[in-house]
Write a protein that binds this ligand. Structure first.
Ligand code: ZN
Length: 363
């Protein structure tokens, strides 16, 4: 994630903080100041917020360390104002392992709450009702531990909602995947999540606006995640050669641009490979060709406008990995090479077509 600051490594996992996190701290300080809190009160509230995020980091560490048990490394943990994200390199193979990885996060918060619990003083451990109904109750030395206890319980409950991107969604999917194939399990888990989001939304309208917020968050959060999780599932076990385009339009580097106008009109591709003796030189886009036609009447040769910073794929590379890479890259078309020979190309459109066909066959 861009705009993140690295805080170093914990047990080999990089800890990143998104810049908006500091915005949250600044906002909390400002709110506390404007309602006349003392310096020590503001400090205590800041310590409280930082403690919450320490609990979130421990939660994510729970996922990461359990995943490590199954030989799945975690690249980093990123802290956002809305929570943390542990970037696991992949989903564990067995549904049982995925279940354990998902459970490990909330379990950490249960343990933290259990550790705090014996130290709570039943007489002073409460937040006055009129303050609790506000956005933030004032944190004092008396209610600090109770508030931290409560937030851990809330983290557990929130994460157990059986919808993506919450841990509960992953738990549900892995339990379903013990009985059926993962794609079907993902599909059913997603539908349940969407249904719950709508339920939360309507419950929120009538009872508590907080539920409404959760409903909206789950609905939109789940949608993006559903699509990603499903596409990833569809691509699992498939390789580049199954989805690549063959019989594609290529150009020789010495060809003048004005001589290829007919070809770019008759091809439905947006990007073209420049190839010499079966060796890829680079690629040009339709837009670049049109721009050259307008500015220089197409007098230049293709080799003069070719982009030669490109990555190639091997026919046996995993499509799930390739999709991840394509999403974070500007390159739109990838030559598929084997022993220096061009076998085909893969672009986003061909990948999407492959996903559509596979999901029609498997659902
Ligand atoms: Zn989690």
């Amino acid at each position: 994630m861009r705009w993140s600051l690295s805080l170093g490594r914990i047990m080999g996992i990089r800890l990143m903080v998104h810049w908006t996190f500091f915005l949250l701290i600044a906002w909390v300080v400002l709110v506390e100041y404007s309602r006349g809190n003392t310096i020590s009160g503001i400090l205590l509230t800041t310590v409280y917020i930082l403690s919450i995020f320490a609990c979130v980091v421990l939660h994510e560490m729970g996922h990461a360390l359990m995943a490590r048990k199954f030989y799945v490394p975690t690249k980093k943990i990123t802290l956002l104002p809305i929570g943390g994200v542990a970037s696991l390199q992949r989903i564990p193979e067995q549904p049982k392992q995925e279940l354990l990885v998902a459970v490990a996060g909330p379990l950490v918060n249960v343990i933290i709450a259990a550790i705090i619990f014996p130290f709570l003083d039943p007489l002073t451990s409460y937040i006055p009702e009129e303050e609790a109904s506000g956005a933030f109750a004032a944190i004092t030395m008396d209610n600090f531990w109770f508030a931290l206890f409560s937030i851990n319980i809330i983290l557990v409950l929130f994460n157990l909602i059986p919808a993506f991107p919450m841990d509960g969604g992953r738990m549900l999917r892995s339990i379903l995947a013990m009985k059926m194939n993962r794609l079907k399990a993902t599909h059913i888990a997603s539908s349940i999540g969407q249904f719950l989001a709508v339920l939360f939304f309507f419950a929120g309208l009538f009872f508590n606006p907080f539920l409404l917020l959760i409903g909206v968050f789950v609905f939109f959060g789940a949608r993006g995640e559903n699509i990603m999780v499903q596409q990833y599932e569809i691509l699992r076990g498939h390789h580049v050669h199954e989805a690549m385009l063959t019989g594609l339009q290529t150009f020789e580097p010495d060809t003048p641009i004005k001589e290829i106008t007919q070809q770019i009109l008759s091809s439905c591709d947006d990007t073209f490979l420049v190839v010499e003796n079966e060796e890829t030189i680079g690629w040009v886009t339709r837009n670049e060709i049109i721009k050259e036609l307008r500015e220089n009447h197409g007098d230049k040769k293709i080799s003069e406008i070719v982009s030669n910073h490109y990555k190639t794929l091997h026919p046996d590379e995993k499509l799930s990995k390739v999709m991840e890479m394509m999403q974070g890259s500007k390159q739109q078309v990838y030559p598929v090479m084997e022993e220096n020979k061009l076998k085909g190309v893969l672009n986003f459109a061909s990948l999407q077509r492959f996903i559509a066909v596979q999901s029609a066959l498997n659902l």
